[in-house]
Design a protein around this ligand. Structure first.
Ligand code: GLP
Length: 235
């Protein structure tokens, strides 16, 4: 595991450059993408670069980590909408090559991922150590499946909805085993509320109580942390 600690703006640029280099080297690269607030700065950097340097996403394939159940995919807070508005509409990506776990057939997503392994997976982390929507207690052998969201996740994500009652209670998510298939993983974490989960990921015992600890076994993982997210790590 590699750890980079820096200012968020610098990390956004560094992470974006990893994607840009990959796409330039391999125009058919397969990207694993995340939602949430953590990757927004990185996506802004990709858009800036695309405008300035015409990095070509025409043949790139993307797999998103997760999607809510219980709101339509064109809902303003769906992850389909988030990805379209935040990134896809600003790049020359072919929307037919952008994939999300199927709300009516989760298992088919794992099969697709096996056929087309992700070259670079971008991840955020929940304050309770979840990755994608794999909440504490999720099996390390999990593949794409339906899940119930933890109370803490519903609370964390209520900032995007009018009220906490509007936050969906279920989701369909790439499983932990699926995420581990990615050839390279970049995990972004910013802010004090991620410090405990990051410390457990780095120094804790590998346990399904903190799903992110499965990443301790990943052969090519880099954590991109600001000072706050890294604040509980030993110097
Ligand atoms: C959500 C997403 C995760 C994301 C996490 C952190 O629940 N399903 O993929 O990593 O929240 O979100 P944020 O980056 O906004 O802190």
């Amino acid at each position: 595991m590699k750890i980079i600690i820096n200012k968020k703006a610098k990390l956004d640029k560094l992470a974006a450059q990893e994607i840009i280099n990959l796409v330039n080297e391999n125009p058919k690269a397969v990207l694993g993408l995340a939602t949430g607030s953590s990757p927004i700065g990185l996506y802004e950097e990709l858009i800036k670069d695309h405008k300035a340097n015409k990095t070509n996403y025409k043949k790139v394939t993307t797999f998103n980590l997760d999607e809510y159940i219980g709101i339509p995919i064109d809902h303003e807070q769906s992850y389909h909408t988030f990805m379209y508005e935040t990134l896809f509409k600003h790049l020359n990506i072919n929307l037919k090559n952008t994939n999300f776990p199927k709300q009516d057939d989760p298992a088919s997503y794992t099969k697709l991922l096996e056929k087309k392994p992700v070259d670079l997976q971008i991840l955020g982390i929940g304050s309770n150590g979840h990755i994608a929507f794999n909440e504490p207690g999720t099996s390390f052998d999990s593949t794409t499946q339906y899940v119930d969201l933890a109370e803490s996740t519903i609370k964390d994500n209520s900032r995007f909805f009018d009220s906490i009652d509007d936050v969906p209670k279920r989701a369909v998510t790439m499983g932990l085993k699926d995420i581990m298939m990615a050839k390279k993983v970049i995990l972004l974490a910013f802010g004090k509320n991620k410090a405990e989960a990051i410390n457990t990921l780095v120094n804790g015992k590998k346990s399904e109580d903190c799903p992110a600890t499965i990443l301790q076994d990943h052969p090519n993982l880099t954590l991109y942390l600001d000072e706050d997210a890294a604040s509980l790590l030993k110097k």
